[in-house]
Design a binder for this molecule. Structure first.
Ligand SMILES: [Zn+2]
Length: 126
């Protein structure tokens, strides 16, 4: 997933590598490789677009099975980015105690922690 994330300065957080259709304006993440899924524009009509990784939690779920390099339990959130697309990623808490208390409507921001893109509550850093 690292190639989907564009790390910026610490103050700017990270951006996600999306695309914008020059014909219909659709913003997509990940960037569309084959053309616009809405209007059918060719890939040459798509503009690479860095998307700010801030958004709002749509849903959150606790996963009780471990994943590669990720001990259970962990929390996965669906986040509607302010830029439009929805992104699913692991959520971390801000104090490092392993508990994540995020629910629909909470504001989050994307960060890279231990090489993994994650969401944290706005202002919360692991
Ligand atoms: Zn389009």
């Amino acid at each position: 997933m690292v190639d989907l994330v564009m790390e910026r300065g610490a103050a700017d957080g990270v951006a996600l590598a999306g695309s914008t259709c020059r014909r219909c304006g659709l913003v997509a993440f990940p960037a569309e490789p084959f053309g616009c899924e809405r209007c059918g524009a060719l890939p040459t009509d798509l503009e690479p677009t860095p998307l700010p990784a801030g958004g709002t939690v749509r849903s959150a779920a606790t996963v009780h099975r471990p994943a590669p390099d990720l001990p259970a339990p962990f929390v996965v959130v669906d986040v509607v980015l302010d830029a439009g697309p929805t992104v699913t990623a692991v959520a971390l808490d801000g104090d490092g105690d392993g508990g994540v208390d995020l629910t629909s409507g909470d504001r989050v921001e994307g960060i890279v922690h231990d090489g993994r893109f994650c969401f944290v509550r706005v202002g919360g850093r692991p």
